[in-house]
Design a protein around this ligand. Structure first.
Ligand code: NAY
Length: 291
């Protein structure tokens, strides 16, 4: 999984007119991003609509990405559901399909800290591939503590954390648990450089689907100690994410990928596409964009 220490797109899912995942197009998107130099793929996350898909659809998307990458870079499958048993079932199917790791967000039901820890532990113990815990307080409403992750790190099969939070102090502390025992992927793309400085091994994010080079360059500049250049690139990153957020990250990325030649289809309901004004605004805004 160390090969995934780098820039890892959380893939969007293209859809056909009838609403089913467009698997060949997902394969094309995967191949194109591979060509553009990404270090791995995160399939079925919030960005990929995982929790809005049936288990069969989720598995079909995972299989396509595994087949398309052919082992060139690791594939991490998000298999989180609202029930341990369902998550474990999907985790084991994903492992059988050849993923390098599985990942899960907390269930969207109120849980005590003991239940949260038990959930992650049970999933990690119950599957044969490494487990990456998905920490996304903005979505779950749960701020998992450093002590929580220190306890989770005692589980041998827990490889790391996808850290989707702006709390860089928290990221620093997680990265230092057990002398770097956990790999931490930064999850809010707008603070990528701060994440790297704080100890992240890379980043998993939605916005890399449309502009992977920008973030690959940023990480390279950070790794080689070219901090002035990295700061300049981070300004471009901030502006890019600001413009995506202005019209909504996911529908805007879908539109940008359309402009890059991918048949993205419509957003999966209840998500909406951009309206005509929004799409026109995206075309104008990003026409001038270097990426
Ligand atoms: C996933 O698909 O699970 C993710 O990687 C989510 C990461 C994204 N977070 C959200 C809230 O969508 O890429 C980020 C995010 O879109 C970006 O930082 C802009 O806020």
């Amino acid at each position: 999984l160390e090969r995934a220490h780098g820039i890892v797109p959380a893939l969007l899912t293209p859809y056909l007119d009838d609403g089913a995942p467009n698997l060949p197009e997902l394969g094309r998107l995967t191949a194109a991003l591979l060509e553009r130099g990404v270090a791995g793929f995160y399939v079925g996350g919030s960005t990929g609509d995982g929790v809005m898909q049936t288990p069969q659809e989720r598995l079909a998307c995972i299989e396509v990405v595994v087949a398309e990458t052919g082992g060139q870079v690791p594939v991490i499958a998000h298999v989180g559901t609202n029930a341990t048993r369902l998550t474990l079932d999907l985790a084991n199917r994903a492992a059988a399909a050849g993923v390098d790791a599985v990942s899960a967000i907390l269930p969207s039901v109120p849980l005590t800290p003991a239940e949260q820890l038990d959930y992650f532990r049970t999933v990690a113990r119950g599957c044969d591939v490494p487990f990456v815990a998905y920490n996304f307080p903005g979505r779950t409403g749960v701020n998992l503590s450093v002590e929580f992750f220190a306890a989770l790190a005692e589980e041998p099969n827990v490889a790391g954390v996808k850290f989707t939070s702006l709390d860089m102090f928290g990221l620093q502390q997680l990265a230092r648990i057990g002398d770097g025992r956990l790999a931490i992927w930064n999850g809010h793309d707008e603070v990528a450089l701060a994440g790297f400085v704080s100890g992240a091994c890379g980043a998993i994010g939605s916005t890399f689907n449309a502009a992977p080079e920008l973030f690959i360059r940023l990480l390279e500049q950070f790794r080689t100690g070219d901090y002035d250049a990295a700061r300049t690139t981070q300004v471009a990153v901030s502006n890019y994410v600001r413009d995506l957020v202005a019209t909504g990250v996911l529908p805007t990325l879908r539109e940008l990928l359309r402009l890059q030649g991918f048949a993205m289809g419509h957003s999966r309901h209840p998500l909406h596409d951009l309206d005509a004004d929004g799409a026109a605004r995206v075309r104008t805004l990003f026409a001038a964009h270097p990426e």
